[in-house]
Structures are given as C-alpha cells and as structure tokens.
Design a protein around this ligand. Structure first.
Ligand SMILES: *Cc1c(COP(=O)(O)O)cnc(C)c1O
Length: 463
C-alpha cells in the first residue's frame, strides 16, 4: 500500500514535459534527449521506490537529476581538454593545436562558399591543390607539391603510383612503426609494392643498395627514424648518396620525413630534426611529411618534389580518395603563410611556441598555476613548482628531453591515482602525469587561457 502510494506520486513523462522545467529543457535541448532524460530518471526512481526508498519524487525534487541526465546525453563526445602532460605533439590528444590565424581562415572558409575548385580569373573549374601549391613551393624550394589526408596516405600513394608489383629498397634500420599501427613493411604490402630490405639494424652502406638493385626496382625509399634512434656503431646512407645511384639507374628516391620541420630549430636550442628545405635541396625526387607534427598545422600529408613525379601522383585515381577537404586546405594555407615570417611563426604557431619556449617562461606559467591554486587547496595538498622534462611527441625528437617546470600536487586526503582520475573525468578533463606520489602538471603544454579552468578543475577534484 505504502509503495503503491509512493509510486503514484511519481510524475508522468507528460507531466514533466508540461512543467515549467519541461518548457525550459525543450528550448535548450533536442526533444529526443529531453524525453530520454525524463524517462531514465523516472525509471530509476520507480526502481528505488520498489526497493524501499522513501525520498521525495515530486517534479521539483527530481528536476535536477533530469537536467543532469539530459545534459549528459546532449554533450559532444569529442571534447576540448587541458593537456598537462608536457607532450607537445600528443597523438592521442589531437597532435598540434592550430594557430589563431589558421582557425580564423577555417571558420571563414567553412561559413561561405569558396573557390575550392574554381578559377576566379577565368570562371572555369579549377584544381583544389592549386590554392596551396605556390606557397608550399616557395617555402620548401620544391618544383611542385600536392597534399593528401595524412602522411601515411602520402607514402601509400607514392608506393601505389611508382612501385605496384615492383621492388622498393629500404634500409633495415628504417623499417619504422609509428603510433596507430603505421608500419612501413605493412604499408608496403598494402600498396602491392615489394619490400626489399638492405643492410642491418644498425648499419647500411651504399653498396647494400647498389647490390639490391635489379630490373624490378622501382623506388629507393628513405624513412626518417621518427620516434626512435639507433645509437652507437651506426651508419646510414644520406639522401645525397642515394640520389647518385637513383640518377645513375633512373630510379626515383623518396624521403618520408615524418615530422615536417620547416624551420631550423637549432637556432632555438632544439637539435635533431632535418628541415624539409634541407632534404629538398639534396635533390630528393619526392619528399613526404605530416601537416600536424612539427609543422603545427592540421592533419595532412604533404608531398613535394620534382614536377614530373608530382604530376604522376596527381594523375593517380587514388588521389581522389585521399583528397583533403576545404577546412584542411584553409588551415594548412594559413599555417604555411605564417612561415613566411619565421620569427612570428615561432611565436604564433602553438606547436613551435611550446617547443621553443624558454624554461623561464614556463616556470612563470607554472608559478601562476600554483598561485591560483594555493589559497583554495593548501589544506588538501602539498603544492610546489618543480623542474621536470617535457617531450616533443608525435614521433619527433625522441632523444630530446626539454627542460620544463611542472606543478607538483601531493594530495593529503585522497590517493594520487584518485586525483588523476578525478581530473581526467572533470569538466574540462585535465590530463596529467603521475610521478611517484605526486601528480605533475607540466606548464609547457597548458595554454595561457586555460590556467583558470585548470585551477578550478584541480580545486574541484580535491574538495
Ligand atoms: C608520423 C609518420 C608517418 C605517418 O604520418 P601521419 O601524418 O601520422 O599519417 C609516416 N612516416 C613517418 C616517418 C612518420 O614519422
């Protein structure tokens, strides 16, 4: 009897919809999700009553839960978050973040029609790549350029265009696997090209390549050792030397650079990545690189090189299946344009800024994070700014530790694992690293505009 009375107190879906709350929800959220939220909460309250619960189930009492449920279903699954890991090109967290100029160009291009494939001067159909070709040629010094969806696609279309059913010579020291299961031997197999391995893990000589040449050789492929280094007793054949035999036997040489560094970062204290320009100037026939690694732009695969080879790639029907969309084109164009002024590029392209930022600047940001936390959670945790090391990520510069500063948080009431989890599940999520009994938030990858949100998230997680 008691239970039946309580069940009768539960509002119906219709009553919830017609309440003042219902009107508000319908204004702000899709009807489908409002209904789902209402039904879910009513169902769970019914079960609770059947299990003996005696709490108030009036609309006023359950509206808060309903709204929370509707919001949960209405939220985007893809969400911005705060990267406090110190890994700049974090593949799992979206690799490079775009510059303001790139974002602006994307927004404007997405909002209107554009000359994506239209020649304004002639009124005729145009090529989407022509909008970006000139700037890439100017910056890299290459004869020609084309762009596909990512660098994996760039390598694939090169193999498909020149080496289907034929042999491609690669050094055993360069058979890399990049995160996300891009493995040179497997890409090769998928393309229908035959891998001809030469040399050993640590050494390859020019003679190894020469001895492997045969009537069925289609390409010489040089793969940049992106995310690993072979050190000690090593030798590799530089592109210049490969070009010599390539010329002699009329076999194109392809360099898969991976990172796509466009500025000599040695000037900024970052050693270890060749620039695209350097590799192009060796005369390499084709050079491929990513758009969202060291270049700091959108996901894309840029292919530059000799005009006759790029033209052949342009004529491959596969290119249609790998073509970039207008938003990629816009952000890539804007990013490349920024490289016309190197000093500004270093400051304005977030990936480059984060990689070249001085430890002093990072320390100041870490202190700012610390001071925005201190007064609120000094009782709940031990806080300090400590020196640490960040990484480039994205398969770039694996041997370099970038000196950085991090905010170390040692919680007193909960475990450090619990704190890490609460931050990860917070809004916005904060992704940080555990080291010993402390949670480290590396200030290198925290954006200036995120400091307040970050502090609020930490305060909420600790209290
Ligand atoms: C990263 C990388 C790739 C794959 O590039 P995506 O843009 O991630 O597709 C291919 N080759 C090398 C050497 C790389 O470093």
């Amino acid at each position: 009897m008691e239970i039946r009375y309580r069940l009768s107190q539960l509002p119906s879906v219709d009553e919830c919809l017609k309440s003042s709350y219902g009107g508000k929800w319908l204004d702000s959220f899709p009807r489908k999700l409002v209904l789902r939220g209402i039904r879910e909460v009513i169902d769970s309250r019914r079960k609770e009553i059947l299990n003996g619960a005696t709490s108030d189930v009036s609309i006023d009492a359950i509206s808060h839960d309903i709204e929370k449920t509707i919001k949960k279903y209405s939220a985007y699954k893809l969400r911005p978050l705060i990267n406090a890991t110190g890994v700049v090109i974090h593949t799992n967290l979206g690799r490079s973040i775009l510059s303001d100029k790139a974002i602006d160009h994307v927004t404007k291009t997405a909002r209107s029609y554009s000359n994506l494939e239209y020649e304004i001067t002639t009124g005729k159909r145009g090529k989407r790549y022509s909008n970006i070709k000139d700037i890439i040629k100017e910056l890299t010094g290459a004869e020609d350029a084309v762009v596909v969806n990512n660098n994996a696609a760039a390598v694939l279309i090169c193999l498909d265009t020149f080496a289907k059913g034929k042999e491609v010579i690669v050094s055993r020291g360069e058979l890399v696997e990049i995160g996300g299961s891009f493995r040179i031997p497997e890409v090769m197999e998928a393309s229908g090209a035959l891998l001809r391995e030469v040399g050993t893990t640590n050494k390859a000589h020019l003679a190894d390549y020469e001895n492997a040449l045969c009537g069925n050789t289609a390409l010489l492929l040089k793969v940049h050792q992106s995310n690993y280094r072979v050190i000690g007793f090593t030798e590799e054949v530089p592109i210049e030397k490969l070009m010599k035999i390539g010329k002699e036997y009329k076999i194109p040489v392809v360099a898969d650079l991976g990172s796509g560094c466009m500025i000599d970062l040695k000037k900024y204290g970052v050693h270890g990545e060749p620039t695209v320009q350097e590799i192009v100037s060796t005369g390499a026939d084709i050079v491929t690189f990513s758009g969202d690694k060291l270049l700091g732009g959108p996901q894309a695969g840029i292919i530059v090189g000799k005009e006759k080879f790029i033209q052949k790639i342009q004529n491959n029907p596969l290119l249609r299946a790998m073509r970039i969309d207008k938003m990629t084109l816009a952000s890539l164009e804007a990013t490349f344009m920024q490289y016309l002024d190197e000093e500004k590029a270093i400051k304005e392209i977030p990936t480059l800024r984060m990689l070249t930022e001085s430890a002093d600047v990072i320390k100041r940001r870490a202190k700012k994070i610390l001071s925005s936390l201190k007064k609120d959670i000094a009782d709940h945790a031990k806080l300090e700014v400590i020196p640490d090391e960040s990484q480039a990520g994205g398969g770039s510069l694996p041997e370099i530790d970038f000196p950085t500063f991090a905010v170390s948080v040692k919680p007193s009431n909960i475990s450090v694992n619990e704190l890490e989890k609460r931050l990860r599940l917070g809004s916005p999520p904060v992704i940080a690293r555990i080291k010993g009994d402390a949670l480290l938030m590396d200030a290198r990858t925290v954006q200036e505009g995120e400091i307040k949100m970050l502090a609020n998230s930490v305060i909420a997680a600790l209290s």
